[in-house]
Design a protein around this ligand. Sequence first.
Ligand code: HEC
Length: 509
Amino acid sequence: MFKFILASILVVFLVLGGGVAWLLNEDGAIELPGGMVVDVLMVRHALAGGEIESMEKAEIQDRIQLPPGFSLQLWAVGVPNARMLLVTQAGDLLVTSPRADSIRLIERDRDEDGSPDGVSLLLAGLDRPHGLDWHDGWLYIGEGDAISRVRFDPESRAISGEPERIITGLPNGGNHWTKTVRVGPDEKLYVSIGSSCNVCEEEDERRASMMRFDLDGSNGEIIATGLRNSVGFDWHPVTGKLFATDNGRDLLGDDFPPCEINQVEEGGFYGWPYANAPKIADPDLGALAPEKVAMTIPPVHNLPAHTAPLGMAFYDEGAFPQEYQNAAFVALHGSWNRRKKQGYEVLAIHFDDEGGSRAEKFVTGFQVGDDVRGRPVDVAVGPEGELFISDDYTGSIYRVVYGESAPRSKTPSSRVKTASSHPLARVPQEDREYAFKEGQALWQKFECASCHVEGKGPEPIHALASLSSRYDLSTLERFLLVPQPPMPAFPMSDEDRRKLSIYLFTRFN
Ligand code: HEC
């Protein structure tokens, strides 16, 4: 099956002349010889899909709390929809921006002035790039339905050639469309693929699984199943065992089921959609497959319901105190469907030799009550042993260090706030009326109200309000093309997305 798909893609490539047309980035970036692109409008935040400002230094000092001796600094702002992180061998930080179809490079602080030496666009024109890793000269990128790779030299920061899609035809769209790709200690590619739905029996067996491939994309096999959405995974520095986060299902109330950290074994089944953590038959589907419930491997660590653990990284650098050696840092993206919000923090999970574990709140304060100022997505250990954290809510990267007093840094390049007018200000009245009607029809066709106005419980899953304060026409259209999971992606033309956006701005202003 894979060979067939690979072969057909190869044929298409040959027919088209082997070229992927690299678009200039939407925010007006300049492309340099060798594929390097300079993001001239780095400060433009619109692409982040919202106009939410990064926190200022004072706000960080006010809100953010860490264990004694640690401090957090804003490292970069204006990184649209910042998702997964990778520290290169030269100590630079790469960040994916799926909604902006691009990857940015944040230069290591070599001049030691307490802030990165620069930010540039490394790659643009990708298809919703999410996970990434580097091995032996190749940068591997998880795109919408594919894994691609391109030559990247960490020292010169040069990309050569064009990304080549080595795995294609992966299941795409649905609730969990992101692909995370990592190279394992066994020099194989590991790819996690989330479920298409909250809870259902999948038609494509690659859904809700962990897959493994050779480095050239061949010999794909499913190695573990029942993983609803394992966005982050890493190998224990001592035992070499593979650990992965997983998000429990929704709509079973505020406090059930737990989110999970699993130790992923070859051939293991981790429960979804028949069992919830630790090993409890699912009220909707559990009765269909009692044998699956029975064979479910419980998590090695349960996390509170709906906290949405995404990226994780084991720590094995000397810069943090001894108790953090071999602890796992886990980014919690936070609940979207809990009456009282929770998550929105970074945990350190300490494992002991007897198989026990203890979660410590490591960075908190992004959320206070209903007031959210950040949503952690991924964590990565930097060249000085520091911890980087990405936040797709404000498009920011933070850096946590130990033992230094407040960083000397200048505040990151401040953003120019342009006077904002209503997103529909330039759309003529009659176009608006026409688009409103057509947009309304799309709203009904895709049953958007089922999550945004009604819901299984007393309240909608996610109420829509004051969209015009956070989006303009183009960013809302982009959001509909590349939604924030678990909001599903729906098949629509560009024109449909415009009409639907006009409808949304009119109805939910
Ligand atoms: C299965 C439930 C579901 C359906 C169906 C759904 N959405 Fe969503 N949507 C969500 C969730 C959940 C979020 C919040 C995601 C997050 O930020 O964590 C969301 C977020 C959004 C946002 C961003 C809101 C904000 O506050 O920034 C917009 C706009 C939106 N949805 C529009 C739509 C439209 C239009 C449709 C129909 C085409 C639709 N949604 C269908 C679940 C759904």
